[in-house]
Design a binder for this molecule. Structure first.
Ligand code: NAI
Ligand code: MG
Length: 358
């Protein structure tokens, strides 16, 4: 029996509602397997915690989290706390503090999910974005000079290191090999305008590509990638992008796969020196919080990604199959999918399907 210690940070708003469903599915999976189990510890960190204590998480929170096998996070953010405080005080602190340098974001249209592009089918939308996750434009380096004076000046600097850039490029190439779809990696850049950082980025991409001669490469500016996501999403396999660009194009990717209710992600410390963190791409959705109508599918998919990182077990595909069956059946869907089911009913329906598949 292998037991995994999971730190759960439900966070704010719908984070709480969807996390419960992710756990439900993890437990259903463990019950079927019989030889694995999960010990959860819950942390009440987030905006409410900040309003009480002045911190988004415990001061030595990273130390506390270090001993876990993985972290499952719902979402953080609330209108009562400025977004840059909630983001930097918790999420970015964990991503950077645990050197979770790879942000893995699959974009896959499941049968039954609503694609906003006419004529595009599930086989047309199936790619993965590797987003750089600990430096780049989100390094937090900069400052404000002369605040609140007419001369007020803001400076924010991007940081790109050779070591980290090589690592994420290499991960992208290895993933393309493993997926074996088109054996292709697309480098998302903007080196026409960013003549230091992105020229460097492209150079490292070319260097790493030299180690993978069987993989086809292409380099495309981020604005053009945004256009091609709409015009020809079927052209993509693996994309590698900086922190900011990856953030933006994966929301577009989420739209292609039916909305934020489907977008899952993993923040990976591939060296496994620290725990990795798994979270849906969506935020805390204050507009629908406490209504019990958030779509939990992104969180359930995220829980599946956590399983994939913890175990090598092809049975985890059954979770995607179970979500797909619920979608295709169309009886138990949340309002974002034009249904009237509750979040927990969708979680129950996925567990039911999972039991019959496994
Ligand atoms: P959001 O993702 O929370 O919501 C955008 C829209 O999508 C809303 O209309 C929302 O109702 C809908 N939506 C999102 N997830 C859904 C789900 N599972 N089911 C059904 N509908 C869903 O993004 P927004 O509004 O920009 O940000 C809200 C708060 O969340 C802010 O405080 C922001 O900083 C934070 N945020 C946190 C993230 C995280 O924790 N990783 C990521 C993005 C935003
Ligand atoms: Mg985002």
């Amino acid at each position: 029996m292998k037991r995994f210690k999971i730190a759960v940070i439900p966070g704010d708003g719908i984070g709480n509602e969807v996390t419960a469903e992710g756990i439900k599915v993890l437990d259903a999976f463990a019950a079927y397997k019989g030889n694995i189990g999960f010990d959860y510890e819950f942390f009440p960190w987030g905006c409410e915690y900040y309003l009480k204590t002045g911190n988004m998480m415990e001061e030595d929170g990273l130390k506390t989290l270090e001993k876990f096998d993985a972290i499952l996070l719902g979402a953080v953010g609330d209108p009562s706390v400025p977004d840059h405080i909630s983001l930097h005080g918790l999420l970015i602190k964990i991503r950077q503090g645990f050197n979770q340098s790879i942000n893995l974001r699959p974009v896959k249209l499941l049968p039954g999910a609503p694609c906003p592009l006419k004529d595009k089918k599930p086989e047309d939308i199936d790619f993965v974005v590797i987003r750089e996750n600990v430096e780049g434009e989100y390094s937090g380096v900069g400052g404000i000079r002369f605040p609140d004076r007419p001369e007020e000046t803001a400076i924010q600097t991007s940081v790109f290191t050779r070591k980290n850039t090589e690592k994420i490029m290499d991960y992208a190439f290895k993933l393309a090999q493993k997926r074996n779809k088109f054996n292709k990696v697309t480098n998302v850049t903007k080196s026409n305008a960013l003549n230091y950082s992105m020229v460097f980025w492209d150079k490292i991409f070319q260097e790493v590509a030299g180690n993978y001669e069987e993989i086809t490469t292409e380099t495309t500016h981020v604005d053009a990638v945004s256009m091609y996501f709409i015009q020809k999403p079927e052209a993509y396999d693996v994309l590698v992008a900086s922190n900011l660009f990856g953030d933006i194009i994966t929301d577009l990717g989420a739209a292609l796969q039916g909305g934020l209710g489907f977008a899952a992600s993993g923040n990976l410390n591939i060296e496994k020196e620290y725990p990795s963190m798994f979270e849906p791409v969506h935020g805390s959705a204050p507009d629908i919080k406490d209504k019990g109508i958030a779509n939990p599918m992104a969180m359930i998919w995220t829980a599946k990604m956590m399983l994939d990182f913890l175990l090598e077990d092809s049975d985890t595909e059954a979770i995607i199959k179970a979500i797909t069956e619920v979608l295709v059946e169309g009886k138990t869907l949340t309002p974002d999918l034009k249904g009237n089911a509750k979040t927990s009913e969708v979680g129950d329906a996925v567990c039911e399907k999972l039991k019959s598949i496994l």
